[in-house]
Design a protein around this ligand. Structure first.
Ligand code: NAD
Length: 269
């Protein structure tokens, strides 16, 4: 199969003095240098289109068929497929580059590869890089505490028809927040047939696919005589792209470890 385009390496001179990052890499003080995996995809193109305005440049554009390498980059940003994750982690560790992973839909083994890499390099792994969704995560946690056990919990996510994984990574993060709040493991993925009454402890999680929806997430807290719904709607991929670039600027200064967007935004408790 032909790759969508050949690997592109633009090794650019540093424009000003250099500083040494926690990962031991030399970092240009003016521009962040990025190796981008999934560069031909929707998110890859969104990141490339805003990089210059965020004081960053893409020094390697990588996609299917290319050897994954972080070349001369300070940070490797991955928005491709979970199948690429092990190669992405190996490449970043090999060159002591920092790593930002936006790809979703990982298996347990693929997640383990990320955790292993994070012992050696700083990694931001986030199911959603928008500030609004990270506010939704915090509000969901608070609402679950305030509303208590008598409210039934359901998560609804809607995405464009081309999305490959379900439920979305963001919906899974919302589910984890609710599972912790309720101390339950029980998820109900959709409903069909004579399934009986809803169990009090279950958390419903439902995926809608269609059209070009960038990404909607709603958390429903349904009680007796009232209902609270928290909704985030993304109307542009630019919000994820700018968030990923902000994470990349932040992570190159960090010690090895696994971070998420709440760490980047200073929201983690
Ligand atoms: P897309 O299908 O438009 O793009 C993916 C790109 O990755 C394609 O160009 C594809 O050729 C390439 N690719 C696939 N496998 C590869 C491999 N093994 N090696 C190198 N390149 C490979 O998808 P998208 O909408 O850009 O989303 C990409 C990923 O990012 C998905 O997992 C999606 O769920 C996730 N995503 C995350 C966020 C977030 O904020 N964390 C936001 C949007 C999308």
């Amino acid at each position: 199969m032909q790759p969508p385009f050949a690997a592109e390496f633009l090794v650019l001179p540093l424009e000003t003095a250099a500083a040494t990052t926690a990962a031991g890499k030399t970092k240009a003080m003016t521009k962040l240098r990025i190796a981008l995996v999934g560069a031909a995809g929707r998110m890859g193109q969104a990141i490339a289109s805003v990089a210059a305005s965020e004081n960053a440049e893409i020094v390697a554009k990588l996609d299917l068929g290319d050897r994954i390498t972080s070349a001369e980059a300070d940070v490797l940003i991955d928005f491709s497929s979970a199948a690429a994750t092990e190669a992405v982690c190996d490449a970043a560790v090999k060159s002591s580059a920092a790593l930002v992973i936006g790809t979703t839909g990982h298996s347990a083994n693929e997640k383990q590869a990320i955790e292993t890499a994070a012992q050696k390099i700083p990694v931001v792994f986030a199911s959603n890089f928008s500030i609004g969704v990270n506010a939704l995560f915090s509000l969901t946690e608070q609402a679950a505490k305030i509303l208590g056990e008598n409210f039934d919990l359901e998560i609804l996510e809607t995405h464009h028809r081309l999305k490959k994984d379900a439920p979305s990574g963001t919906a899974k993060t919302l589910a984890e927040i609710l599972q912790r709040a309720r101390n339950t493991e029980k998820l109900r993925h959709g409903r069909e047939g004579m399934i009986g009454e809803r169990e009090k402890s279950e958390i419903g999680i439902h995926s809608v696919r269609g059209g070009d929806v960038v990404g909607d997430h709603t958390v429903i807290f349904a009680g007796q005589g009232e209902r609270v719904e928290l909704t985030h709607r993304a109307s542009s991929r630019e919000t994820f792209a700018r968030g990923a670039l902000r994470a990349a600027q932040w992570v190159i200064e960090k010690s090895p470890g696994l971070y998420d967007m709440r760490d980047v935004l200073g929201l983690s408790s």
